[in-house]
Write a protein that binds this ligand. Structure first.
Ligand SMILES: *Cc1c(COP(=O)(O)O)cnc(C)c1O
Length: 372
């Protein structure tokens, strides 16, 4: 019933980004409970793995609040904060935690400067989400000329790097961002310029600037197959090692006669006399209902197919073909067992989603444990 985290895999992935992106610094993205890995254990590991100049990033002030007690490195709240959080951020910064937020409007800049809270400017270069562009950006620059004191960085985010092999759209975004970054540097030469998430950091060297914001890649997962292929065709040797494996234990074994049904909706009917194992994870725990009758788990090194629908808190798997199965045996949901392996990508493909969502959905009630 737990998520196992490999310290050595996390260290190796950070080293890979360091090697490829040097001299850019690492901004380790730990939003969404560290992509389902567990933000507390991940941040504790990062406390030792990061170096001066590196930092962390989350999406929201709520996420920041949980990390602040054991935060060793600066933290950026990428989704920005509102006026009602100003006093909290001011207190954190006054008491030795470095917590920066993001400004997308001149109004944000005015308010944060007044409240003495350090911020990064977010530029929308084509994502159509957070950030300033056009006149809004002009207004921000005009304000910053007058009061640059709490201005710490400038950032953007790419919309279309992981889904394509052709990077024309990213190059357009890059061009827009470079213009903004140049202007920002004339206002303050020591700001941190950052744009790249994992995929651009890996395959678009010009996007690396002063720091790269690595999320998925740091967890040892590829942003996409296209990213992996692109890097390979650039002749770059880079390996990512999945940090997470997810396992549970058989809670019940059930002998079911040939021709009987399994689960809600009677969507599976046994073809032979069968042995069915019940596992205590369902869609509440983050095992997608879309995996009903599709995915496999690993028991004693063998694949056991999920039979019937994924329930809220349980799944049933077929272990008829596996010898010596007992209640209490480990069932690997993501990870390897002897020579077999189930990856987040395999589950993503079967569930019609991406590896990001598969790991992020793993429920916080699943315990997290560091294994090496
Ligand atoms: C989530 C996020 C990242 C990290 O993206 P990955 O593809 O997981 O590396 C970087 N920047 C921003 C703004 C994000 O929201």
């Amino acid at each position: 019933m737990s998520v196992l985290l490999s310290r050595s895999a996390l260290a190796a992935n950070i080293e890979t980004f360091r090697r490829l992106c040097r001299p850019a610094r690492i901004i380790a993205v730990v939003k969404s409970n560290a992509y389902g890995h567990g933000s507390e254990p991940v941040v504790r590991l990062l406390n030792d793995l990061l170096e001066p100049g590196d930092s962390l990033a989350v999406h929201s002030v709520e996420e920041a609040r949980e990390l602040v007690p054991y935060l060793r490195w600066p933290l950026l709240i990428m989704g920005g904060t509102s006026a009602r959080h100003d006093s909290l951020l001011a207190v954190w910064n006054a008491t030795g935690r470095t917590v920066h937020t993001v400004a997308s409007t001149a109004q944000d800049v005015g308010r944060l400067t007044e409240a003495e809270i350090p911020f990064h400017i977010k530029v929308d270069t084509g994502m159509g989400r957070l950030g300033a562009h056009g006149e809004g950006l002009e207004e921000i620059f005009a304000l910053l000329q007058k009061s640059p004191r709490y201005f710490q960085g400038i950032m953007t985010h790419f919309a279309n790097v992981e889904d394509v092999l052709n990077q024309d759209y990213a190059l357009l975004q890059l061009q827009r961002f470079e213009a903004a970054a140049r202007r920002a540097r004339t206002i303050r030469s020591d700001i941190l310029v950052h744009a790249a998430a994992s995929a651009p950091a890996l395959i678009l060297p010009a996007s690396r600037f002063d720091a790269v914001r690595t999320g998925i890649g740091m967890y040892g997962l590829w942003p996409s197959q296209e990213t992996r292929l692109s890097l390979h065709s650039m002749g770059v040797q880079a390996d990512l090692q999945p940090v997470l494996s997810w396992q549970t234990q058989i809670i019940h074994l059930n002998r079911v006669a040939r021709g009987e049904f399994i689960g809600y909706g009677c969507t599976y009917r046994t073809l032979t006399d069968s042995l069915i194992a019940v596992l205590p994870v369902g869609y509440n725990e983050g095992y997608a209902r879309a995996l009903s009758n599709r995915s496999h788990v690993l028991i004693r090194g063998r694949r056991a197919p999920v039979r019937g629908r994924v329930c809220m808190n349980m799944i049933m798997v077929d272990v008829t073909h596996i010898e010596d199965v007992r209640s209490g045996d480990i069932a690997v949901l993501i990870g390897s067992s002897v020579e077999e392996k189930v990856t987040a990508e395999e589950l993503a493909e079967l569930a019609g989603t991406i590896n990001y969502e598969v790991v992020t959905r793993i429920h916080h009630t699943q315990s997290r444990r560091i294994v090496d």
